[in-house]
Write a protein that binds this ligand. Structure first.
Ligand code: ADP
Ligand code: MG
Length: 598
């Protein structure tokens, strides 16, 4: 048989390589931004159209390329950044594989314009699917502009695989944030569909963080600084009271390169131990400077994971440094190893850092359940019980059929209702007792109320005497704008919305003003995840989030009327048996069961 092995043509090889390098528009953004930084630019513009699906353009004022280099830059393994294998162990630049431009040009229409400083003309090259379409001299300013149009135009399968515009732009913004944080001395501009997203002038790290995440960051940040033989650490952490329920703002940079490291993240988290709950994530921006030979950045194709030679030592140093800063800036008790730790007051009492959500302020005259009175909830309870499938049937024998369950309610003593451990409401019924979980039951009630109001478009709003101005970062504002209609239908009323803040003139009735920010943050948090867009219903999600944050907590004492109203209203619900998150709201113990025990 004849030989069958052939070398793949370049454009095919490039397309295969592109599969690894370019997962989505944000990958292109990352590569182009990194090239601009490697070219020593101090001003970089990023122009995006349609979340990068139509256009991704990066314009820099760096060193530019000669005509020959410009042409060569699109060849695979063409790089100016390493020459020999040994160079791999002390890489100072972002790129070194020489794959990015070749890959991008294989799956898009690319226009490159570039000019070096002391030359009369620059070069313009257009290239499509790895084929050079034109090359000509042009007049242009010093630096490089690369426009990547119609990404995946020749790979429809990949193009169809892209997520919604909202998700893709989020990834792009994430990339820009990482690069901009790592390089505060470079100015960045970002436009999306001609709207300015970021205008970040040259500055220092603190101002850069504030420039990206909004002015509210200013008061939150505590500096970190530590120099050891192994590593220099610099950056900021946010005070524990600003820890978030979502994982958003956690940044590690190693030698100015953003990395993900669950291991080192754990080091920071343990430094916050006792100051924040397990459900919270500390915010941090930490820059590690290590000798280039002590890391291997080569293990992951998109290079956000790296391998350290001294991982365990790093862990210990990071943890100690963060702890130290928390102590030094008086946000945590200073460590004193000579003292008996048992003598210490637990952090949560000693310092004012709450380790759980502040309790709902109880307005003694306000009864959250009183609006729906029912004469006999027991009748409704019977209905509810009959509807459900998953709760144990109360009676299996016929002599106690549900019909006669409550037959003599009118003549017998009124059922007794009692709160147990500030958690359950226990009520006697003819057949025994029902235990109602107060928090879940209230969630169910509020959830159905919100859903009804939102779908009927009849929000009940409580006007604020003093409008609240809440600070958000720009991407959060974008998400709020998208959800604005749904939020309004749940009772929120918006005043002015600027790039960094939102003014609220009204909030859903009965929502605690102090909780508004937390509620909105929770709503935004979900939207940031890569959810399959199709199944996501903002209305349902907002109703759930509101219900969850407004429901009475476990631990809250309820008056007799509140208890009764909660029970009444619960059994008036469409689906009283389950909380909006699918947990049972109540259970029963029948007198039969009690009989069996006695
Ligand atoms: P790598 O960055 O790994 O070297 P790339 O494919 O990203 O590979 O780029 C190939 C080469 O093109 C780079 O090594 C660099 O010499 C040149 N180049 C790319 N972008 C720019 C730019 N914005 N300014 C100047 N030179 C650039
Ligand atoms: Mg590169």
């Amino acid at each position: 048989m004849s030989d069958v092995i052939q070398l793949l043509p370049d454009h095919v090889a490039n397309q295969i390589a592109a599969g690894e390098v370019v997962q989505r528009p944000a990958s292109v953004v990352k590569e182009l931004l990194e090239n601009a930084i490697d070219a020593q630019a101090d001003s970089i513009k990023l122009l995006i159209k349609d979340s990068g699906k139509t256009l991704i353009q990066v314009i820099d004022n760096g060193i530019g390329m000669s005509a020959t280099d410009a042409r060569l830059s699109f060849e695979r393994h063409a790089t100016s950044k390493i020459r020999k294998a040994a160079d791999l162990f002390h890489i100072q630049t972002k790129g070194f594989r020489g794959e990015a431009l070749a890959s991008i040009a294989a799956i898009a229409q690319v226009e490159l314009k570039t000019k070096q400083e002391n030359t009369a003309f620059g070069t313009k090259i257009t290239i499509e699917g790895s084929k050079v379409m034109s090359q000509e001299p042009i007049g242009s300013p010093k630096g490089t502009s690369i426009a990547v149009k119609n990404l995946f135009y020749n790979v429809p399968a990949r193009r169809n695989f892209l997520k919604s515009d909202k998700v893709e732009i989020r990834h792009i913004i994430d990339e820009l944030q990482r690069v901009a944080l790592a390089h505060p001395a470079i100015s960045f501009f970002m436009y999306h569909n001609e709207n300015e997203v970021y205008h970040l002038p040259q500055s220092n790290l603190k101002k850069r963080i504030v420039g990206i995440f909004g002015k509210k960051m200013n008061e939150k940040l505590v500096p970190i600084l530590e120099e050891t033989d192994l590593v220099n650490i610099e950056g900021f952490i946010a005070k524990p009271e600003f820890a978030k329920k979502k994982r958003g703002e956690q940044f590690f940079f190693v030698n100015h390169r953003f990395i993900k490291s669950p291991y080192l993240n754990h080091a920071v988290k343990t430094a916050f131990e006792g100051l924040i709950t397990h459900a919270h994530h500390p915010t941090y921006f930490l820059f590690l400077e290590v000798p280039a030979e002590s890391i291997d950045i080569n293990i992951h194709p998109t290079k956000t994971e790296i391998k350290f030679t001294n991982e365990q030592e790093l862990y210990a140093i990071i943890r100690a440094t963060v702890k130290h800063s928390l102590g030094q800036y008086n946000v945590a008790p200073v460590l004193d190893f000579n003292r008996d730790p048992n003598m210490d007051t637990p952090y949560s009492y000693k310092d004012k850092q709450p380790d759980k959500e502040p309790e709902v302020k109880v307005d003694r005259n306000f009864n959250p359940f009183q609006h729906k009175k029912t004469a006999s909830w027991e009748a409704l309870y019977t209905e509810a019980k009959d509807q459900k499938t998953h709760i144990e049937p109360i009676h299996s024998d016929t002599e106690n059929s549900t019909q006669d369950l409550f037959q003599d309610t009118s003549t017998t003593a009124k059922s007794i209702t009692q709160q147990l451990q500030h958690k359950y409401i226990v009520s006697t019924i003819k057949s025994g007792m029902v235990f109602i979980h107060q928090n879940r039951a209230h969630q169910r009630i509020l959830y159905e109320e919100f859903l009804t109001k939102m779908t009927l478009g009849e929000p009940s709003t409580q006007q604020l005497l003093f409008p609240m101005q809440l600070q958000f970062d720009k991407t959060d504002i974008q998400l709020l704008l998208e959800l604005k209609d749904d939020l309004e239908s749940s009772g929120f009323q918006f005043g002015a919305i600027s790039k960094e803040s939102v003014t609220l003139t009204g909030v859903p009735t009965a929502i605690d003003e102090q909780k508004v920010m937390g509620v909105l943050e929770n709503i935004i948090a979900i939207d940031k995840e890569d959810l399959p867009d199709a199944n996501f219903s903002p209305v349902d999600f907002i109703a759930k989030t509101l219900a969850k944050s407004m429901a009475v907590r476990v631990g809250q004492p309820l008056s007799a009327t509140e208890q009764e109203d909660l029970v009444n209203t619960l059994f008036n619900c469409k689906e009283p048996q389950l909380s909006p998150f699918g947990l049972p709201c109540f259970t029963t113990i029948t007198s039969n069961e009690i009989d069996q025990r006695l």
